[in-house]
Ligand binder design. Structure first.
Ligand code: ZN
Ligand code: ZN
Length: 340
C-alpha cells in the first residue's frame, strides 16, 4: 500500500512507516522540511530534519531555538522503519526532495522544484523511485520559461532606460530565492549596487554567508532621507507594492519577476510597468520531464489543481492521480504565493 509510506493528515503529509511529517502546516513531534518558504517551513514542531545547505535559512525561519538536524544531500538516516535521504530540488538554496525507503518501496516527495539552472542552489537531481509526488504550481502547457539569459537581457535594457529617464527601477519579487537568484544572475553582467527593502536584507545575508556570489546591496532605509534613487535598481517583496513605503520613489518604473508574468494581461492586471518571467518552479516541460525521469510506477500530484497534468500523464501511459487518492485527510491547500 502506498499509504504505508505516505498518508495525508490534517497536519500535513504523514509517513506512517517512519512516523514523521513532511512540511507540516501545524506543530507535530517530528518534521522533515523540504525548504524554507513560509508555506513549507513552519515553526513549533518538536524536531526538524533538513538539508545542510539550507540550514541557515531554516534557522532564520523556524527560530534559533528549534531542534534541527541538518543532513548533507544523499546522506542516509533512519526514521522509524524507513531510511531517508535528501536530494537537491533546484528550487531555492538548500531545497530538498525527500527520498523515503521502506515497506519494500521507494517514495520521493519532490517538494517545490525546478529544472532551469540557478546559480544560487544545487541543480535538481532525478531520483528513481516507485512513487513520485510532484507539485503542479504551473501545471498547464502555456507555462514555458524563457532562457534566463534573455530575461536578464530584458532586465538590463529596462535598467538602462530607467537610467536614461532618470527614474528609479523598482523590481518586485519574492524575498527568499527569487531576489537572490536575480542578484546572482545580474552579478555576471554588472557591478552596480542594488538597494533592498528591509524584508530582503537578512535573507540576502544568509545566502552570502553560504558563499553565493551576488551584486553588492545596501538597505534603502539607511539612505539619506529625500534621496530620489534616480536611475537605481531597488528590489522589494510584492507586499510593498502600493504601500506607503513606495512613496519615496516618485516616478518609479515598476517591474515584477514571477512565473505568472508568462500570462498576457497578468502584468497589467497587477499594475506593473514591466513583467519578467522568472520562476523557481518547474514549467510544464519540466514537470513532464521530471515525472519521466523518476521512472515511478505511480505519480501523485499536489500543489496546484493538477487536473491538466494528471490528464496528460494518463494519456501518455502514466498512473497519475491527485494526492487525495492516497486516502487519509487532506490538509488545507497551502498557498503558493511565496516563491512562484
Ligand atoms: Zn517554495
Ligand atoms: Zn510551495
Amino acid at each position: 500500500m502506498d499509504s504505508d509510506l505516505l498518508l495525508p493528515r490534517p497536519e500535513g503529509l504523514y509517513c506512517p512507516a517512519g512516523d514523521f511529517y513532511i512540511d507540516p502546516l501545524y506543530p507535530v513531534h517530528r518534521a522533515v522540511v523540504t525548504h524554507a518558504h513560509g508555506d513549507h517551513a513552519r515553526s513549533g514542531s518538536g524536531h526538524y530534519d533538513v538539508a545542510l545547505a539550507g540550514v541557515g535559512l531554516m534557522r532564520e525561519r523556524l527560530g534559533a531555538g528549534s531542534s534541527i538536524d541538518a543532513h548533507a544531500y544523499g546522506e542516509r538516516f533512519a526514521m522509524g522503519d524507513t531510511v531517508i535521504s535528501l536530494h537537491p530540488s533546484g528550487h531555492v538554496l538548500g531545497a530538498a526532495q525527500i527520498r523515503i525507503e521502506g515497506a519494500g518501496k521507494v517514495a520521493v516527495v519532490s517538494g517545490d522544484y525546478k529544472r532551469d539552472p540557478d546559480p544560487t542552489c544545487a541543480p535538481f537531481e532525478p531520483v528513481p523511485c516507485d512513487i513520485f509526488v510532484t507539485e503542479s504550481t504551473f501545471g498547464l502547457p502555456v507555462y514555458r520559461w524563457p532562457h534566463m539569459s534573455s530575461v536578464i537581457d530584458d532586465m538590463l535594457a529596462w535598467l538602462d532606460e530607467c537610467k536614461a529617464q532618470n527614474v528609479p527601477a523598482v523590481l518586485f519579487c519574492y524575498a527568499l530565492g527569487k531576489a537572490q537568484r536575480i542578484l546572482a544572475e545580474l552579478a555576471r553582467h554588472t557591478t552596480r549596487t542594488v538597494f533592498l527593502h528591509g524584508a530582503m536584507l537578512r535573507l540576502v545575508d544568509v545566502y552570502r554567508e553560504a558563499g553565493i556570489r551576488m551584486l553588492p546591496t545596501a538597505p534603502v532605509s539607511e539612505s539619506a532621507r529625500g534621496r530620489d534613487f534616480a536611475g537605481e535598481l531597488i528590489m522589494a517583496p510584492p507586499s510593498a507594492a502600493g504601500s506607503p513605503w513606495m512613496k519615496r520613489f516618485s516616478r518609479a518604473s515598476t517591474g515584477f519577476a514571477s512565473g505568472w508574468m508568462r500570462i498576457r494581461g497578468a502584468r497589467r492586471r497587477r499594475g506593473y510597468d514591466r513583467g519578467f518571467v522568472v520562476s523557481d518552479h518547474a514549467d510544464w516541460p519540466g514537470l513532464v520531464q521530471s515525472v519521466r525521469d523518476s521512472q515511478a510506477k505511480r505519480i501523485y500530484v499536489t500543489h496546484g489543481d493538477g487536473e491538466a497534468l494528471i490528464r496528460y500523464l494518463r494519456d501518455n501511459g502514466h498512473d497519475a492521480r491527485p494526492l487525495r487518492e492516497l486516502g487519509g485527510a487532506m490538509p488545507d491547500e497551502r498557498s503558493s504565493e511565496e516563491g512562484d
